[in-house]
Design a protein around this ligand. Structure first.
Ligand SMILES: Cc1ncc(COP(=O)(O)O)c(C=O)c1O
Length: 328
C-alpha cells in the first residue's frame, strides 16, 4: 500500500484535462454522476470495435460479446457480494424498477399493502406507485425525522403487517446524505414475508455493498455514479429470480443471464461497467490496506475504503475553507 496520490488517480481521467476558455473545468455534481477513467473508455471501445454483435452466435464477434457478459457478471457479483446468476443489467435503475415492479405486482391482490419511504428518489417510488394503483394496493409511508434526517424506525412495526407485499427503501439519500440502516428495514419486511428492495444508487459509489449482509431480495445501483457508463445494475435474490414469471419476448431464454432481458442489452455499457469495477479494484491495489493478490471482492473493498479515507481528507479541507468564509 502507498499513500493516496491525487495526480496518479486524476491522470486516469481524460475529462479532467479539459479546459473551457483556458480554465480548468471543475466538476461539482458528483451525486448526479461521475467522470470515467480511461479504462472504462477502453473497455467500451473494445466492445464496439472487436465484439460488436448480438450474443448467442457461434462466430467470433458473438463469442466476444458473451465474454463481455461473463466478465460483467463476475465483476458485478464481486461488487455486490452476490451470485453471478443473481445479476441483471439494465438501462438505468429507474427502468429496471419499472420492469420488476410490473412482474412483482402480478402477485399483488386488492387490499394488499406496500411500504415506501419519504426519503427515496422517485426512481424507487414512482414504479411502485403505478403498480399499486393498477392492482388496488394500499401505499404506506415510512417518514423521516426532519431534525435528525433519520428514518422513523420505531414506526416500522405499525407500518408492516401480514398484507405487506413490498418494502422499498433508500440506502443513502441523494437529498440529505443520510446513510440508512437498511438491514433493519429489510428485516422488518422479511419478518412479514414481504419482498424487500434497497436503492443503493448513492451508497454504491462510497462504500462496499454486501447484499448477503443486508438480506434484501432486490438491490439496484447505477454504474454511471461510480465511474462507469450510463447503465443500471440489479441484484435479484435467487429465490425471487426463480419465482418471478419473466416479462420477455417468447424466443428469449428463461435462463439467466437473459431471463429478464428486454431484448439485447447494451454490451458496451456492460463492458464499461466491468471497467469501472476494475478501476475500484485498481484503487485497492495501489492505495488499499493489504489487498495485494486478494480476490476481486477484497480489492474492490480495499479501493472503496482508500477512496473513503481520501474523501474524508477532502471534506475536512472543504469545511475548513467554509469556516474561513466571512458571514458563512
Ligand atoms: C438515490 C437515487 N435513486 C435512484 C436514482 C435514479 O437512477 P437512474 O438514473 O439510474 O434511474 C438516482 C439518480 O440520481 C438516485 O440518486
Amino acid at each position: 500500500m502507498t499513500d493516496w496520490n491525487d495526480d496518479e488517480v486524476r491522470a486516469r481521467f481524460p475529462s479532467l484535462t479539459i479546459r473551457d476558455e483556458a480554465r480548468e473545468r471543475v466538476y461539482l455534481d458528483a451525486p448526479a454522476g461521475s467522470q470515467v477513467p480511461q479504462r472504462v473508455i477502453d473497455r467500451m471501445v473494445e466492445a464496439l470495435v472487436v465484439s460488436c454483435a448480438n450474443e448467442g452466435g457461434h462466430f467470433r464477434t458473438s463469442q466476444g460479446t458473451m465474454r463481455i457478459v461473463e466478465d460483467g457478471l463476475g465483476a458485478a457479483a464481486a461488487f455486490l457480494n452476490a451470485g453471478r446468476d443473481e445479476i441483471v443489467f439494465g438501462l438505468n435503475t429507474t427502468s429496471l424498477l419499472f420492469h420488476f415492479s410490473r412482474m412483482l405486482a402480478r402477485e399483488w391482490q386488492p387490499g394488499d399493502e406496500i411500504l415506501l419511504t419519504r426519503m427515496d428518489h422517485d426512481g424507487n417510488v414512482a414504479p411502485w406507485l403505478v403498480a399499486a394503483e393498477e392492482r388496488g394496493v394500499t401505499v404506506r409511508w415510512l417518514d423521516f425525522d426532519p431534525e435528525t434526517f433519520e428514518y422513523r424506525y420505531d414506526a416500522l412495526d405499525t407500518l408492516v403487517g401480514p398484507r405487506t407485499r413490498l418494502v422499498a427503501c433508500n440506502h443513502a439519500s441523494n437529498l440529505l446524505g443520510t446513510i440508512n440502516d437498511v438491514a433493519r428495514i429489510v428485516a422488518a419486511g422479511r419478518a412479514v414475508g414481504a419482498v424487500t428492495m434497497v436503492d443503493a444508487v448513492q451508497s454504491a459509489p462510497h462504500f462496499p455493498i454486501d447484499v448477503e449482509r443486508i438480506g434484501c431480495d432486490l438491490l439496484a445501483c447505477s454504474p454511471y455514479k461510480f465511474f462507469g457508463p450510463h447503465a443500471g445494475l440489479l441484484y435479484l435474490k435467487g429465490e425471487l429470480r426463480d419465482r418471478l414469471k419473466p416479462l420477455k419476448v417468447r424466443p428469449s431464454s428463461s435462463d439467466m443471464p437473459t431471463r429478464f432481458s428486454l431484448g439485447m442489452p447494451s454490451f458496451e455499457a456492460i463492458a464499461g461497467t466491468t471497467g469501472a469495477i476494475e478501476h475500484l479494484a485498481w484503487l485497492g491495489d495501489r492505495f488499499g490496506r493489504g489487498a495485494g493478490g486478494a480476490t476481486l471482492r477484497a480489492r474492490i473493498v480495499a479501493g472503496l475504503d482508500a477512496a473513503a479515507r481520501q474523501e474524508a481528507v477532502l471534506m475536512r479541507r472543504l469545511f475548513d475553507g467554509f469556516d474561513q468564509l466571512r458571514g458563512f
